[in-house]
Design a protein around this ligand. Structure first.
Ligand code: ACM
Length: 281
């Protein structure tokens, strides 16, 4: 693959999303994006303007909006254009076939792209319809950016398919509540030679008798598995770093070993099966 010479500044905005405080959360992402001077790509958390712990599916529907025709689309498009940044954020997407836990990405030329979370976590299964399409990779001024959302990290197929589709950077809006993701992204990045921007949120949501604490520690990890910038677990923070995209174009492990070329998909049939087979030799 041709070496890129682009060295974009990429990163995350970590903050406390206040449930139901849409205007306040919009003001927060606007302030943080304005403070991210020189950023080419900035990633916000999953469900970054609404909050996470919906009481039930009817409440999701109240906050959900159609892709490209709601306040989050308008806000992100305008902000991306004005600040000349590529921006990604999670939001509840309304469709006549149900609501999806989605993420949109806006480029500075005013275009919008969408992804519907494939791997729903825990109660999300009662609240959302699971994603119905492959995760996208989008050509942006910051490089080729693939989208996945939070718990998608647990399924290595997600990052792999993004790498196979040419992603140099994975934008990963998140609302993490378990402790493994930040360490596990070492492996997702190393095995695919991609950068990953995990934008997590902070704070606690206590709703409908449940209490969720979000783990912060947003980070940017590089194709060698090194963490380039990381937030604390509980503080608002914008983390940015210049990255050499050529690192994500070279899939060699050694001169004789290549992460993508050396795969043996003809022997991976069970990976594409809907059910586990349990077929023993
Ligand atoms: C998660 O997928 N929000 C844990």
């Amino acid at each position: 693959m041709r070496k890129e010479e682009v060295v974009p500044k990429i990163g995350f905005a970590q903050y406390e999303v206040e449930f139901g405080e849409y205007d306040k959360n919009t003001a927060t992402i606007t302030r943080l994006a304005e403070s991210a001077k020189g950023a080419d790509l900035l990633v916000f958390p999953e469900l970054g303007l609404t909050g996470y712990e919906f009481k039930d599916a009817r409440e999701v529907e109240r906050y959900a909006e159609p892709f490209g025709a709601g306040p989050t689309s308008e806000t992100l498009k305008k902000l991306a254009k004005r600040l000349k940044m590529t921006l990604a954020i999670g939001y509840p997407e309304y469709t006549t076939r149900g609501c999806f836990n989605s993420a949109m990405l806006a480029t500075p030329d005013g275009k919008l792209h969408n992804y519907r979370k494939l791997h729903l976590f825990s109660r999300e299964k009662e609240l959302f319809t699971p994603g119905d399409a492959e995760p996208p990779v989008i050509k942006t001024p910051a490089g080729r950016v693939g989208l996945m959302i939070c718990f998608d990290w647990f399924f290595p197929e997600t990052a792999r398919i993004l790498a196979l589709k040419g992603a140099q950077i994975i934008a990963h809006p998140s609302n993490l509540v378990l402790n493994w993701c930040q360490r596990a992204m070492f492996c997702r990045c190393l095995e695919n030679a991609v950068f990953a921007v995990t934008a997590n949120r902070i704070g606690v949501e206590t709703r409908a008798g449940r209490k969720l604490r979000f783990t912060g520690a947003s980070q940017v990890v590089d194709p060698k598995g090194d963490t380039l910038v990381k937030a604390t677990e509980a503080e608002e923070y914008v983390g940015l770093v210049d990255v050499d995209l050529a690192l994500a174009d070279d899939k060699h492990v050694t001169p004789l070993d290549d992460r993508l070329e050396d795969r043996r998909p003809e022997h991976y049939g069970a990976l594409a099966e809907a059910q586990t087979q349990g077929t023993l030799a």
